[in-house]
Write a new protein. Structure first.
Length: 364
């Protein structure tokens, strides 16, 4: 760090993104889709937009706003798009975090970074049995409330009626529902944006629409809340969504059948993979996301992650309160079978090492 760094940011503990290594790996560590964008998206990106990269994109993202509004049954004034859902979430913390922010003890790691970045007082609500959330922990918060649903680390979903109770009991605060993983079996809080004026739903194109590399996300909410977020967007980086990403986003929204089929395949594979791990003695949360959070029956999770990496398979070791767990993105059926085979080989290796220990000790 240089001596010129603003002291406000000197102690900032930056967010650590999922590893993006070079080389041949089965990547099950960053919750990306294992399936490519649809042919319609690829055609859109290869179209006229590339020849117009000398011109600025539409800062208002009007074509994408309109496509999303039509798909979701809202008005374009209820939508704002930005450079990934992280951009949108950042604006939410900036806009509504003056009195502090409340979020679960275990959640998306960027929330605490946003608080540190903007000098926002953070408050954590406890996790309950099975990593469940108790909606009462979020009542009358008198500060920004942010809930990833399903949870970004555990995959556990808070039921829709519980989400509505949180919204109802925070009439004087904004409630942000981060739905990065909702397409894989969760239920969206989008209808609540039409019923209440204090709720924002945030979504990403990275997971369900196979566009992690495009950096595209959006928020839905009342026209007044969306105007707040637009003001911050246009005050920081109004051209944050480039021409190719806009074209890809519009095509992805229109080709919903392709992505709905992919999400269904991923959800089915999640259930199959979870059942196989449970048969092997692993503990898993009830995930509704495109990943599972799994605790091995023996061995250290960190060591298993390292051993898998040596075999060319990446999974996410989160550490901290989840030090006993691995977060495993759901890939294709072929990728998940290779992972299961690698886990079985590693288990046999551990059993062999454990069996050797007494004999080795007797030889001393």
């Amino acid at each position: 760090m240089s001596r010129y760094m603003n002291s406000r940011y000197a102690a900032l503990d930056a967010y650590v993104p999922g590893e993006q290594p070079r080389g041949e790996f089965i990547k099950l560590n960053a919750n990306e889709s294992p399936y490519p964008p649809s042919p319609a998206v690829l055609a859109a990106v290869r179209g006229d937009e590339g020849s117009m990269l000398n011109m600025y994109p539409d800062a208002a993202c009007r074509a994408l706003d309109a496509a999303l509004a039509e798909s979701l049954g809202v008005s374009p004034e209820n939508i704002v798009c930005a450079n990934g859902s992280d951009d949108i979430l950042n604006f939410c913390f900036m806009a509504y975090g003056a009195d502090g922010a409340l979020f679960p003890q275990i959640t998306y790691g960027f929330y605490e970074v946003f608080c540190a970045l903007h000098g926002i007082e953070e408050k954590r609500a406890p996790m309950h049995e099975g990593f469940a959330l108790d909606p009462a922990d979020y009542f009358n918060a008198h500060r920004l409330v942010v809930i990833a649903n399903p949870n970004a680390q555990t995959g556990v979903e808070l039921p829709q009626d519980a989400i509505e109770e949180v919204v109802r009991h925070n009439a004087d605060s904004v409630v942000v529902i981060d739905e990065a993983y909702v397409a894989f079996g969760g239920r969206s809080a989008l209808p609540l944006t039409k019923k209440y004026g204090n709720v924002i739903v945030v979504r990403t194109f990275s997971k369900s629409r196979s566009l992690a590399g495009a950096r595209l996300g959006f928020a839905a909410g009342s026209a007044e809340l969306i105007d707040d977020l637009r003001r911050l967007k246009f005050s920081t980086n109004p051209y944050s969504v480039n021409r190719c990403a806009l074209a890809a986003g519009v095509a992805a929204v229109r080709d919903s059948a392709y992505y709905e089929a992919n999400c269904a395949r991923i959800a089915a594979e999640r259930e199959k993979f979870a059942a196989e791990l449970k048969e092997r003695g692993w503990y898993l949360t009830d995930s509704k996301a495109n990943f599972v959070l799994a605790r091995p029956p023996k061995g250290r999770a960190e060591d298993i992650a390292a051993a898998l990496k040596e075999r060319g398979i990446l999974v996410r070791y989160l550490g901290g309160e989840l030090a006993d767990y691995l977060r495993i993105t759901i890939g294709t059926p072929e990728q998940m079978q290779k992972l299961l085979a690698a886990l079985e080989t590693e288990r046999e290796h551990q059993d062999g090492a454990a069996g050797c220990a007494p004999a080795c000790n007797r030889g001393l």
